[in-house]
Design a protein around this ligand. Structure first.
Ligand code: ADE
Length: 250
């Protein structure tokens, strides 16, 4: 997969190339990451990229033409139908299923806005889809684009050391992940749940399902509402709720 990030701060994307799973994906050729410096498309001697908003008001707006020209050049090189995603707090809120869909694209262009935003005509002409990573405002689209790239990379086959590790993580089945423990077996008098050291794989699998569904019920009941639970999941939830009630009483 190739991702092209259009930005006035291309160096920000270097951290993806330098650290962790995204770095490994880039180094192994699984992900091509191309940070395109929008300044090269700026206007006039000063390579201007922004101007004051029509109608007045604070801040600056990103000029339409540098963005249109930059995206046209990329699409000419790649293909005319490469999707363009504009990171924006006004966009559709990104969820796990959207990330999985983006991971199927061969090429993506991510537009990173700064200042008050981008001249709407650029977005209309390009046919950009606007996506938000949450209901808060960042100083620019770069961090949001990096979040999206990181989440996409985790879904690329072969990106994670263990081929199954993205299957069990939070949201992959609509539930939060279960709790995790590692050595030592006791920390400040708190021992890991006995079942995890029992060697009974069936019991461990069921316990993890119970924790996963129980934690979702406690922390994100909204996620449970949109799920059809199967028989084992319903049973696991009942067990978790009973144990939770017992603990609260004692
Ligand atoms: N740019 C600024 N804030 C953003 C957000 N919440 N999501 C995506 N892009 C943004």
């Amino acid at each position: 997969m190739q991702i092209h990030a259009v930005t006035i701060f291309p160096a920000m994307f270097q951290s993806l190339t330098d650290y962790g799973i995204t770095a490994r994906a880039v180094n192994s050729g699984l992900l091509g990451l191309n940070a395109v410096d929008l300044r090269n498309f700026g206007q006039g001697q000063h390579r201007q990229l922004d101007d004051r908003p029509f109608g007045g008001g604070p801040g600056m707006v990103m000029l339409a033409e540098p963005i249109i020209n930059c995206v046209s050049e990329l699409r000419q090189k790649l293909s005319n139908d490469v999707p363009v995603i504009c990171m924006s707090p006004q966009g559709q809120r990104l969820a796990h299923r959207d990330v999985c869909e983006f991971a199927h694209e061969e090429q993506l262009i991510l537009l990173c806005g700064r200042y008050e935003g981008i001249d709407q005509r650029a977005l209309d002409i390009i046919g950009a889809q606007e996506w938000s990573i949450g209901d808060y405002v960042l100083s620019g689209g770069e961090l949001a684009a990096m979040v999206l790239i990181d989440a996409i990379v985790r879904q690329l086959p072969g990106a994670l050391g263990n081929e199954h590790s993205s299957e069990n993580e939070s949201f992959s089945n609509g539930l939060l992940d279960c709790v995790h423990y590692t050595r030592p077996q006791t920390v400040q008098n708190i021992s890991v749940p006995q079942v995890l050291v029992s060697g009974d794989h069936q019991a461990i699998r069921h316990w993890r399902l119970k924790q996963s569904i129980g934690r979702t019920w406690l922390k994100r009941p909204d996620l449970l509402e949109s799920l059809e639970l199967d028989e084992e999941q319903r049973q696991a939830l009942k067990e978790f709720q009973n144990e939770y009630d017992e603990q609260r009483k004692s």
